[in-house]
Design a protein around this ligand. Structure first.
Ligand code: ADP
Ligand code: MG
Length: 386
């Protein structure tokens, strides 16, 4: 039993005056490559990480659903009859939104009974590691079990996405929930966001002596909502101008013509998506044919594309990437939605101390706030713990 597991069980018991009947957990994720491609029906390649949300639950006899967390010890309470996106606010919209969204996917909410829930998380908030999907996925697998729903994980990912889109109001894609639900140890989740088909691809980082270093710049993505919406709008406008349903239908070979048709900014947004889709495919192919040490240049190219074409990086993220690479990282890129958050660097074990030092020294010299550095491993997706 992990520390978090026992503390969540203890908090649950203190708060509700009884023991939970089950404990579930779900991980955050790092996106290895494929940024902003998900809502363009493209390819992404994230992995679930060894930092999790742990959720304890016990069913109730009545129709009340109560959720509490380390964010608010006072439970937020709602009747299953009243579940609706408009009725949900703040952090509790994530778990309660999942209950509502399960109903939208066919769970017979009218005939189900409620539950008491307590959750806590070791996924840092707003660092681009998707603490939100970790909550949604933990709640989704827990309610699936206690409500005995016959939903596969692909559907549960869509449930989490619907909760986030409608109950929280964040127009995010399917990637985060898919990684959190489908992840495996030392493997990535290669996901086609058009067909929702996914394949678990071994990363081989452990055998190759590679670490993934997360550099959380601690720069909060305050403008991220507006920036994210603006990028989505550009992608939609670009696809429309090119006569495509989505940018998934635009190929590398179409870019020359796109440059003639589109204004410069829209063209660069489109070029990022089209080349990023290709880089995801190349990463999967390269992992299979040459192994993980060969994917560094694809990570580097992804970062350059986000910095120059999609313009979602920050000076802090650029510095994190640059300093890591100079100190010997195999490859590095910002990860997540951008406008702050974290970068990842793929680093050989032996070079890890030098890369850490180089990043800290560079941030200090630039006068930036000290970033938080930690390594993550590709870990198992959402699961029942007891
Ligand atoms: P991230 O990039 O971490 O997913 P989001 O803004 O999408 O950032 O989600 C963060 C939100 O998730 C928080 O503002 C909060 O509402 C919720 N959240 C994260 N961790 C917890 C927690 N331990 N308890 C309650 N809510 C949490
Ligand atoms: Mg999130």
């Amino acid at each position: 039993m992990t520390d978090l597991h026992s503390s969540v069980t203890e908090h649950f018991t203190q708060l509700y005056g009884r023991r939970p009947t089950g404990v579930w957990s779900a991980p955050g994720r790092v996106n290895l490559i494929g940024e902003h491609t998900d809502y363009n029906a493209g390819f992404v390649f994230p992995f679930a990480i060894n930092r999790r949300t742990v959720l304890a639950l016990a069913p109730r006899e009545d129709r009340i659903l109560r959720v509490a967390s380390s964010f608010s010890a006072d439970p937020v309470s709602i009747s299953l009859d009243d579940l609706a996106p408009e009725a949900l606010h703040g952090w509790s919209a994530y778990p309660l939104g999942v209950a509502w969204a399960l109903g939208q996917f066919g769970a017979p909410l009218d005939s189900l009974s409620g539950a008491d829930v307590y959750l806590d998380s070791e996924v840092p908030v707003g660092a681009g590691l998707s603490s939100s999907a970790a909550i949604e996925s933990a709640m989704a697998v827990a309610l699936k079990d206690v409500w005995r729903l016959d939903f596969d994980r692909r559907t549960l990912a869509q449930v989490g996405q619907l909760a986030e889109n409608r109950a929280v109001g964040a127009p995010t894609g399917i990637m985060d929930q898919s990684a959190s639900l489908l992840g495996r140890e030392d493997a990535g989740v290669f996901l086609d966001c058009r067909s929702f088909e996914s394949e678990v691809i071994p990363l081989g980082f452990d055998a190759a002596g590679l670490e993934v270093l997360v550099i959380d710049t601690k720069v909060s993505h305050a403008h991220s909502t507006g920036g994210y919406a603006a990028r989505r709008a550009s992608c939609e406008a670009g696809a429309k101008a090119l006569g495509a349903d989505t940018l998934r239908d635009v190929q590398m070979s179409d870019l020359a013509e796109a440059a003639e048709i589109l204004d410069d900014e829209t063209f660069r947004r489109v070029r990022h998506i089209v080349t990023e889709n290709q880089r995801v495919l190349d990463t999967v192919r390269t992992l299979r044919s040459e192994g993980p040490r060969a994917i560094g240049s694809l990570l580097d190219a992804s970062h350059a594309s986000m910095r120059d074409d999609f313009e979602i990086s920050t000076p802090e993220l650029d510095l994190a990437v640059e300093a890591s690479r100079t100190a010997g990282a195999i490859g590095a890129r910002m990860t997540g939605g951008g406008f702050g958050g974290a970068a990842i660097a793929l680093v050989a074990d032996a070079d890890l101390p030098a890369v850490r030092d180089a990043v800290l020294t560079a941030f200090d010299a630039a006068g930036y706030a000290t970033p938080e550095l930690f390594t993550v491993r590709a870990a198992q997706g959402a699961a029942r713990e007891v």
